[in-house]
Design a protein around this ligand. Structure first.
Ligand code: PRT
Ligand code: ZN
Length: 301
């Protein structure tokens, strides 16, 4: 395995923030072992020709754009804002979304002061809306045919109404507690967001292709496994069809004979969706017994 930097895949990940832990965890689940450089800016892969660049999330699309990194893990909100910005400037965006990741969920919403009388989208007309995502907001306003003024700020959007810089705001929300603490009320969702994997559309160097494909397959496997469960149970032969239909997202359950009985069989299946207590209760009601649900550690399609 070569350690020459030109032959190593580079992945951009947020250095310190809401996405950092999950992003590094994802790479760890793909089998990557790394050591962190002294400057804390790069994690050097020890068992794969892959290095992780730790940067501000806002810089991740540009690093892929400039082909400094082949891959990046970043919020869809950041990707969309950058993409629309590039398009407006007549620059072709050189990053593509490969897959959505199951973390960093939030929504970008318009919020109004508690005392604001909101009568629907027409109430937004003629208002100033403060945001750090002007491109996404402008696009939404254009789609909804609302003539409002976008006030671009670099942060602390939630205090803009109190400072008189805008009447309304458009910002990321997850629990809603920041809005509540600032006496603001969410009224419209402009974008649903979560972390995504982006890649360069530029073909990667021949010596990186095989590891790149391996990594993408492993990431896909990690995503699938998160929701998947392995389920084992005993079922009366007469109820097999009903029980199989209750198994969420499983295609071909394995049916095995049980020693000492002809009426019952063992059923094993991979469920591609989470198995909730309600499902177990329904299985039991259909005649299943000895039900076991196990996590799936790795999966390769
Ligand atoms: O330093 P760097 O630029 O890398 O970090 P950052 O401060 O820009 O980003 P960071 O770490 O705050 O968020 C990184 C990504 O996490 C965002 O781009 C989103 O994709 C995602 N994410 C998920 C969030 C939130 N949830 C979130 N709640 N990003 C920000 N927030 C903020 C929001 O702006 C508001 O201030 O949290 C506050 C609201 O949270 P609640 O829970 O009170 O509603
Ligand atoms: Zn940022």
């Amino acid at each position: 395995m070569s350690v020459e930097s030109g032959t190593r895949i580079k992945v951009a990940v947020q250095k310190s923030g809401r996405l950092t832990e999950n992003s590094l965890d994802l790479l760890g689940r793909c089998g990557l072992k790394y050591s962190r450089g002294k400057d804390q800016l790069v994690c050097f892969g020890e068992n794969m020709p892959l290095d992780v660049l730790l940067v501000r999330d806002d810089d991740i699309p540009s690093l892929v754009q400039e082909d400094v990194c082949e891959l990046g893990v970043v919020g869809l909100n950041v990707v969309e804002e950058k993409r629309l910005g590039f398009l407006a400037a007549g620059i072709a965006p050189l990053f593509e979304q490969v897959m959505t990741l199951d973390f960093g969920r939030c929504r970008m919403s318009i919020a109004v002061p508690e005392e604001f009388s909101y009568q629907g989208r027409s109430s937004l007309a003629g208002k100033r809306i403060a945001t750090t995502y002007p491109n996404i907001l402008e696009r939404w306003l254009a789609e909804e045919q609302i003539a409002a003024e976008v006030v671009t700020l670099s942060g602390a959007v939630e205090i803009a109404p109190r400072l008189g810089r805008a009447e309304l705001i458009c910002d990321l929300v997850s629990t809603g507690s920041t809005l509540a603490a600032n006496h603001l009320r969410e009224v419209e969702t402009v974008l649903e967001s979560q972390a995504v994997l982006i890649r360069t559309p530029v073909p990667v160097a021949a010596e990186k292709v095989s590891w790149m494909n391996k990594l993408l397959k492993r990431m896909d496997g990690v995503q699938q496994v998160r929701e998947s469960k392995y389920i084992m149970l005993h079922a009366p032969r007469s109820a097999l069809a009903e029980i199989a239909a209750l198994l969420p997202g499983s295609e071909h359950p394995t049916i095995m004979p049980l020693e000492g009985t002809d009426e019952k069989v063992a059923v094993h299946a991979v469920c591609r969706e989470n198995v909730f207590w309600e499902t177990l209760e329904s299985l039991k009601a259909a005649g299943a017994s000895a039900i076991l649900v196990l996590p799936v550690e790795k999966m390769l399609a």
